[in-house]
Design a binder for this molecule. Structure first.
Ligand code: NAI
Length: 285
């Protein structure tokens, strides 16, 4: 059954992107956030995405108007989720805060609504552990920027239901995404592999094996990766990568997840990648 109404909680980098693709796919979207400023900013980012799409001929004027009509900012959580078929959470990456939120969402959303978290690293089972009906929750891990990246990791957990997983897979397809199903385990399938490559590239840079540009070129031209691991780290954010590496090192206990010195030092200096203008590369905008 097609999803018609979507609630997105958290209107930051991921939330505005998820709201945008859901509206493009024909859903009515209610976007909510604890910060009213974040909601206003998210609506203006959606506006820019629409204008950009229109200019590049990717979307029609009719589509732009439809998306305008479909997405609404809703400051109240209860009102945002009240009629949703699916609720997607994209708030701060903090276990206790997400647990508290889902207790509230479970009460306010219709009993048949599917609940999904976009966490990039936390255990879905732990987030679900404080819920009355944990089987309603699945992980739906989108990638940034949401309107470009095809992958959605649908993450199952010990107490989930097959129906919830299937609905999440179908919804991802409805959005034009390619879902994969992954068991709840640290780093899921994406970060667990990707972080190893990124951290090893940093260790090679530390040892002077090659320059950042040449390490990236090795993977781009030799292995057909669209982007080298150091440039990708700059786009993701060095602070984000460090946090994931620390989490994976703590949970999986394997030496390949130990954050290299160069990463810790750069984060300490505020060299967080593209968002601060400097990481392994210097960025001009
Ligand atoms: P962000 O910091 O850009 O946005 C988070 C938003 O959530 C903020 O606007 C904040 O005001 C709001 N918020 C915080 N607590 C709230 C609450 N209790 N109720 C309602 N709103 C609340 O964060 P971002 O990057 O969008 O990440 C959101 C989630 O998505 C995190 O779990 C993150 O790990 C995950 N994620 C992030 C990716 C990325 O590349 N940034 C990629 C994939 C997943």
């Amino acid at each position: 059954m097609k999803v018609k109404r979507v609630a997105v909680i958290g209107a930051g980098t991921m939330g505005h992107g998820i709201a945008y693709v859901a509206a493009l796919a024909g859903c009515k979207v209610r976007l909510t956030d604890a910060q009213p400023d974040a909601l206003a900013l998210a609506m203006s980012k959606i506006e820019s995405l629409l204008e950009g799409g229109l200019k590049r001929g990717k979307i029609t004027e009719q589509k732009r108007n439809q998306v305008h009509e479909r997405v609404r900012a809703e400051p109240l959580l209860g009102a945002a989720v009240a009629t949703a078929d699916i609720v997607i959470e994209a708030i701060v990456e903090d276990l206790a805060i997400k647990q508290r939120l889902f207790v509230d969402v479970e009460r306010a959303a219709p009993p048949g609504a599917l609940l999904a978290t976009n966490t990039s690293s936390l255990s879905i089972g732990q987030i679900a552990s404080t819920m009355t009906h944990p089987a309603r929750l699945v992980g739906m891990h989108f990638f940034n920027p949401v309107y470009v990246m095809k992958l959605v990791e649908v993450v199952t957990h010990r107490r989930d239901s097959r129906a919830a997983t299937e609905r999440a897979v179908e919804f991802a397809r409805q959005l034009g995404k390619e879902p994969i199903v992954v068991r709840d385990s640290p780093g899921f399938a994406s970060s667990r592999l990707g972080v190893v490559l990124g951290l090893e590239a940093m260790r090679m840079l530390e040892k002077g094996v090659a320059s950042a540009e040449d390490i990236d070129k090795a993977m781009e031209l030799g292995y057909n990766h669209p982007m080298g691991p150091l440039k990708l780290t700059d786009l993701i954010g060095l602070d984000v990568r460090l946090a994931i590496a620390e989490y994976l090192h703590a949970t999986l206990g394997k030496p390949q997840y130990e954050p290299p010195k160069i990463l810790k030092e750069k984060v300490k200096k505020g060299e967080l990648g593209k968002k601060t203008g400097k990481g392994f590369y210097t960025w001009s905008d």
